[in-house]
Design a protein around this ligand. Sequence first.
Ligand code: J2J
Length: 539
Amino acid sequence: MIEFSPWPQDLAQRYREAGYWIDQPLTHILDAQLAANPRAEALVCGDRRFSYAELDRLSRNLAARLAGQGLGHGDTAVVQLPNVAEFYIVFFALLRIGVAPVNALFSHRRLELSEYVRQIAPRVVIASRQHELFRDDAFADALRAGGVGHVLLLGEDAPERSLTHWLADGAALPAEAGPTPADQVAFFQLSGGSTGTPKLIPRTHNDYDYSIRASVEICGVTSATRFLCALPAGHNFPMSSPGVLGVFHAGGTVVMAPSPEPLTCFGIIERERVTMVPLVPPAVALWLRAVEGEPACRAQIVSLALMLVGGASFAEATARRVPDLLGCRLQQVFGMAEGLVNYTRLTDPDEVVFTTQGRPISPADEVRILDEHGNPVPDGTPGALATRGPYTFRGYYRSPEHNAKAFDAEGFYHSGDVVLRQGGNLRVVGRIKDQINRGGEKIAAEEIENLLVRHPDITHAALVAAPDAHLGEKSCAFLVLRDGAGKHSPPALRRHLLDLGVAEYKLPDRFRFLPELPLTAVGKIDKRRLRDSLVAETA
Ligand code: J2J
């Protein structure tokens, strides 16, 4: 069994009695459709179309092959696939035999992947030849040498290492194979992070399944829903809010897009009559601009009925333009891979939809908004968000020290968001966690600062958010150089980070050099002052 911090007995009992936890593994999502609508279209990926029966058959093939190699309960996997059908086939295959995956983002590179491998010691890694890390055999060979039993690649020719080959045929699944119990870890979500190393979030079948079922209701997903997955498939938002898994739960159809780039997406929406799409704010801005520049585009997206927007703060003025320009309804989502998800409701008045990020999924979500002394603030006053509930996790994987800080004595998770309550809904107004939200992509400042100071000429580094018209925020690295160090250009500094293997979206957008970093009264780096100096620059 994979270790995780469980909910206390009394809460677990309450969640079961209320019908939130139904003790079904996530694989029941597919099983139910296989029984009810095996021939319905589940997934469209380019020219390839998969019925629910086909999805089930392929995932069973892989499951049987992996089980045949002795993989099962307690084992883990690292998966890194682009937005392709295989992502979900692999996901269900692993769940089917109780192997818990970490789904790395496709933008992740050597540093992130190595860190996931270090943390969970996977028995299998499933990735793609399209990714630079797997273009040649060096990284895969190193993984094998390090103890990973199988590295299966999409786009690989050698049959024994080809994912496609492993999907193509399989023996029957051994009778003893099956998913982990529903109150155990199903898979790991990735934390946006605010610490030096990426943190993993154990999600149980029960808790994740509840968030999906409830989201399906709130977002009105049905078997007629045609859902565009243009955000990175492994991210919590397109996966579960209501996400691809929500659409499968309702028996609808998922259509894959390689990225949220508007012209590609508009063509897919037109061809596949897409009705629903989740997007991050910068992508919405691109879509709006595309329609304004070329009003004929609107005809391509007439089937679109609902756009979900979340992941980063969404300007009210932009929100107001969505229905008119894109011809669909808007639903705001404020969620986190750690659990709590808030939605504006489809029955809410426009004012609520345009100006708030909605309210929690569940009556059992407990949300506290606290001042700096930990006392609740009155409505309308900003404070730090703390929450617990039937689908909010209880601890990062193997991170006791960090958990001691992130959770309070009552088990409330302190998300680091600053929010306020406005007529029963939440508005996200800021952040206390040391993170940059670059258009929905999260960067833990500490992780990049640690990498920057590995440069021989850098003695101190502070990464802070700079306001940006398009992405909301970009990152700026303030650096102190060693005495006598020469000049360092931004491209050379980025190269230093790239050479360390970090994902490109984490590279600082700007660099500033200072003789020393400003400190607060207690001797911590005064990031507020650094941020203010950037705001002043922008103004
Ligand atoms: C402002 N900040 C937001 C919003 C998330 C649904 C939607 C999003 C995520 C997600 C998710 C925001 N306005 N509408 O998992 O299921 C910031 C907050 C939050 C952090 C979580 C889902 N929506 N945020 O973005 O784990 O700071 O999940 O704590 O990537 O994104 O990031 P992540």
